[in-house]
Design a protein around this ligand. Structure first.
Ligand code: NAD
Length: 274
């Protein structure tokens, strides 16, 4: 397939994408959108095989190509095996969407070391392990100019909490703040090799991770106080941004965090003068 370098073309057709934690929520939305755009998609899951299979079926049912691969992103051996299996199936990897993430909330003084380690381990160390494996594969494979202007693309799904402090969730905010400087540092390091690295920082998106914050009218109304655009986001809002960041349409976007948050990061408490 010949890549179309016309600006504005969200072309990912014929490229292979690994989307971590894509058996549900934002990851599932990204996997489906990439699949619909013609990418081969690896639907990574940790425990939810049924969810992963449903995403694969939806992509293949629409004429796309996808496989499910089980891997714990916090396990070096699992991540290595996932990349090996992907290369075996599709020949290489062109796009990594590092999306897998968890919350283990607690008041700071009550937070256990296990709650801290789980969140840092999946959200930050998992991002490290997957990004390192992706960069190594991009470098092994070499440039394929007819497929993309970049050697490869890495997209982290971070959070508005990479910059907004979050009491009661300090492990989560620390992990996402870590992802932000990790992303920028590897963007600086890998840019000369034409590896393009960015993050998407979602605001409030309706997924299982935050169900309690939106699944009753009262909870949703309270959440909307934090969203100037007065709508809770959907996975497809993030997925469309991810396809753009994965494609040559965004070829000069490098080392940035794209807020997709309906304005949540605009200090909404100051909307009435503070
Ligand atoms: P989700 O719970 O549906 O998705 C998280 C996914 O990560 C799940 O599929 C889960 O199985 C997977 N996962 C967990 N541990 C894993 C591991 N060790 N290895 C592989 N996969 C693992 O929730 P979501 O909202 O779709 O979250 C996706 C990402 O978006 C997370 O990084 C989250 O922090 C981020 N995010 C979500 C929101 C939101 O409002 N929903 C806002 C900002 C950021």
């Amino acid at each position: 397939m010949t890549a179309d370098h016309t600006p504005g073309q969200n072309r990912v057709a014929g490229q292979t994408a690994i989307v971590t934690g894509s058996s549900s929520g934002i990851g599932a939305g990204i996997a489906k959108e990439l699949g619909a755009a013609g990418a081969n998609v690896v639907v990574n899951y940790a425990g939810n095989r049924d969810g992963a299979d449903a995403v694969v079926r939806q992509i293949t049912g629409g004429g796309g190509s996808a496989i499910a691969i089980k891997a714990d992103v916090n396990s070096e051996a699992d991540v290595t095996a996932m990349f090996r299996a992907t290369v075996h199936e599709y020949g290489t990897v062109d796009i990594l969407v590092s999306n897998a993430g968890v919350q283990k909330d607690a008041a700071f003084v009550d937070m256990t070391l296990d709650q801290w380690n789980r969140v840092i381990g999946i959200n930050l160390t998992g991002a490290f392990l997957c990004a390192r494996a992706a960069a190594r594969e991009f470098l092994r494979r070499g440039m394929v100019p007819e497929r993309s202007r970049a050697l490869g693309k890495i997209i982290f799904i971070s959070s508005v909490h990479e910059t907004i402090p979050w009491a009661g969730h300090v492990n989560y905010a620390a992990s996402k703040g870590g992802v932000m400087l990790f992303m920028k540092s590897i963007a600086q390091e890998l840019g000369p090799q034409k590896i393009r690295v960015n993050s998407i920082a979602p605001g409030a998106i309706k997924t299982p991770i935050n169900r309690a914050a939106w699944d009753t009218p009262g909870a949703e109304a309270k959440l909307l106080n934090l969203v100037p655009y007065k709508r809770v986001g959907e996975p497809v809002d993030i997925a469309r941004a991810a396809v753009w960041l994965a494609s040559d349409a965004s070829d000069y976007v490098h080392g940035t965090s794209l807020l997709v948050d309906g304005g949540m990061a605009l200090y909404p408490g100051f909307a009435d003068g503070g």
